[in-house]
Design a protein around this ligand. Structure first.
Ligand SMILES: Nc1nc2c(ncn2[C@@H]2O[C@H](COP(=O)(O)OP(=O)(O)O)[C@@H](O)[C@H]2O)c(=O)[nH]1
Ligand SMILES: [Mg+2]
Length: 596
């Protein structure tokens, strides 16, 4: 099912036309029926001659209800633009067309209504007037169908044109990142809460655990409906009713979004383009009270123009917008800006960066970021240097494989980090007058540097210390192949004592970290690293702490060796002792650490 929004001046026949096409009255409120005026969004649907299913979001045309028009048009990609032949182009014809353009709507047709009220000449003049106003917009060369609801004239032609429109419009994108901007909320007796909206970005399924943002409310999907039929899943691009359990209806409202937890990085400030309408009769500056329309919501915002102080009518510039609540936005999202005092549409634009890190005084966003998720991701990485791959996905919508540890790191930042780490390793490995340096203690490195370490090709790590490969004592000392060392490696957790080993050689092996000494026992460095990895795994399952006997069992060793191993882990900050338990220390390796 595709969704098409109506648009056009009040009383031009939008609701009547939807009713004629669908047999459903979109004006559902009593007040609407009494006043004969659409106040809020209406919904109706039908099956077209081709068999395609079409839903209408019928919007109010009256200037006072532009807010509701915006709530309905936000997630829709095609429109049925209505102009009454007897009245011609009117102020909200113009404003709706501008708004649809700002929202990035690219597909539509024109219904020239009430042609039964005019003669052929007036009808032709109305056609010319419409063609004039839509030229150079997305409706340039759009199909124009003359209709008259009371007599049914033109309705079949309009149905066929709608079929063509749906064929031409691309299917809604599925990025497995559903977002449903809520446009209606109501309680259902005995069945929790129901919200409706136009689903975009990805599917919803029964039993999905979702989050309402803003609000941070978790709720489970108990049921789904499209066109009042119960379904088990809904694809993006559909009008959707979601029956939620776990949340009361009075905590939900239009303007919130239903998303999967953890997929978004809700933001209170973002960078964007702002295109100021050419017809505006004044400049736009930070002074002024603005309302932002994004998704189905209306939000008071503060505006900061990046670069110049003002933007002139017809001009496009960069802005930073500050919201009162964090919204789940993504680069590429469209918005409309209206000035609250004058109740006029100022312009609109495209979200470029949902978590700007460069101060507004220096920020120059990348317009390409609003057109391609890959560009948004690239820009984020360049600006931040280091970005956790999961955060990057939330910020840009793009899943990118980390190139260092769990981070996506820019080339510049990685070069700098490698350079810095290499000089630390070299300093720690050089002769300080008292003999060769011991190398850099890997345990003193933070998580990022440890990840960088594994990308340095000519550095070796032995005994928990990093040295330039050339000065690795394992290579240039004669005792490298000492048989006792391989015995230590073969039985890491019950190592043989250094029987018959020269005391000076033993001291040298300890000094150069080829062997770890603790409480009079000697271990291979791999034994300590292996034990650290085992303890990390145990603690991942038991974060509250593990007993010594649990570690002993996991290592398959005896008390005699276990106690020095634990003491060494405590000394390295890998674990800490708390009563009878070992708890995570500051240097506990991550259980997935590739060096384990
Ligand atoms: N004669 C004639 N009247 C129409 C036609 N379409 C709508 N109307 C009338 O125009 C008025 C406004 O219609 P409505 O659908 O509420 O306009 P909307 O504000 O654009 O939704 C109503 O009284 C309708 O009956 C049409 O094609 N021909
Ligand atoms: Mg109406």
């Amino acid at each position: 099912m595709s969704v098409v929004a109506t648009a056009g001046h009040v009383d031009h026949g939008k609701s009547t036309l939807v009713a004629a096409l669908t047999g459903m009255d979109p004006d559902r409120l009593t007040e609407e029926k009494e006043r004969g005026l659409t106040i809020d969004l209406g919904f109706a649907w039908t099956t077209l001659p081709s068999g395609a299913e079409l839903a209408f979001v019928d919007v109010p045309g009256h200037v006072r209800f532009i807010k509701n028009m915006l709530a309905g048009a936000g997630a829709v990609e095609a429109c049925m633009f209505v102009v009454a032949a007897n009245e011609g182009w009117k102020p909200q014809s113009e404003e709706h067309l501008r708004i649809l353009e700002l929202l990035g709507v690219e597909h539509g047709l024109v219904a020239l209504t009430k042609v039964g009220l005019v003669d052929a000449e007036v009808e032709e003049l109305a056609r010319l007037e419409v063609a004039d106003h839509v030229s150079q917009t997305f409706l340039d060369n759009a199909t124009v169908v003359a209709v008259d609801a009371p007599t049914g004239r033109g309705l079949d032609e309009l149905r066929a044109a709608l079929d063509d429109l749906l064929t031409a419009a691309p299917p809604a994108a599925d990025r497995d990142r559903p977002r449903l901007w809520i446009d209606r909320v109501f309680p259902m007796r005995g069945a929790g809460t129901v919200v409706t909206g136009t689903l975009a970005g990805g599917p919803l399924r029964v039993d999905d655990q979702l989050e309402v943002v803003p609000g941070g409310i978790r709720a489970r999907v108990r049921g789904l409906q499209t066109r009042r039929r119960s379904v088990t899943d809904v694809a993006p691009g559909n009008r959707t009713a979601v029956n939620l359990v776990g949340v009361s209806h009075d905590r939900l409202e239009r303007g919130q979004a239903l998303v999967r937890p953890g997929q978004w990085e809700p933001t209170r400030s973002f960078d964007a383009t702002l295109s100021v309408l050419a017809g505006l009769d004044h400049e736009v500056s930070r002074r002024g009270a603005y309302h932002l329309y994004a998704g189905s919501g209306e939000h008071a915002v503060r505006l900061r123009i990046l670069g110049p102080d003002t933007l002139s009518p017809g001009e496009t510039g960069f802005v930073r917008l500050h919201l009162p609540l964090a919204l789940p936005l993504l680069p590429g999202d469209r918005f409309v800006l209206r000035e609250s005092g004058r109740a006029e549409t100022v312009g609109g634009g495209v979200v470029l960066d949902v978590a700007p890190v460069v101060p507004a005084g220096r920020a120059r966003p990348d317009p390409e970021a609003g057109r391609s998720p890959a560009a948004a991701a690239a820009r984020t990485v360049t600006e931040r240097g280091w970005v956790d791959a999961e955060l990057l996905e939330r910020l840009s919508g793009v899943r990118q494989e980390p190139n260092v540890g769990r981070w996506v790191v820019s080339e510049g930042a990685l070069t700098a980090a490698r350079h810095q780490l290499r000089s630390r390793i070299e300093t720690a490995s050089t002769d300080a007058g008292t003999g060769p340096g011991l190398g850099l203690d890997v345990a003193t490195l933070d998580e990022r540097d440890r990840a960088v370490l594994s990308t340095l090709p000519d550095v070796v790590v032995t005994g928990g210390r990093a040295r330039p490969a050339a000065s690795d004592p394992a290579r240039d000392t004669a005792h490298f192949d000492h048989p006792w060392l391989s015995l230590l490696d073969q039985a890491p957790y019950s190592p043989p004592p250094p029987d018959g080993i020269d005391r000076a050689l033993l001291r040298e092996l300890v000094r150069t970290s080829r062997v770890v000494e603790r409480d009079g026992l000697y271990f291979s460095p791999a034994a300590i690293e292996g034990a650290a990895a085992v303890v990390a795994r145990l603690l991942a399952a038991e974060p509250a702490g593990v007993t010594a006997s649990a570690v002993r069992e996991a290592l398959g060793t005896s008390r005699k060796y276990l106690l020095p191993i634990l003491a060494e882990l405590d000394a390295r900050g890998i674990t800490r002792r708390r009563g009878d338990l070992r708890v995570p220390g500051p240097r506990l390796p991550r259980p997935t650490d590739p060096r384990d």
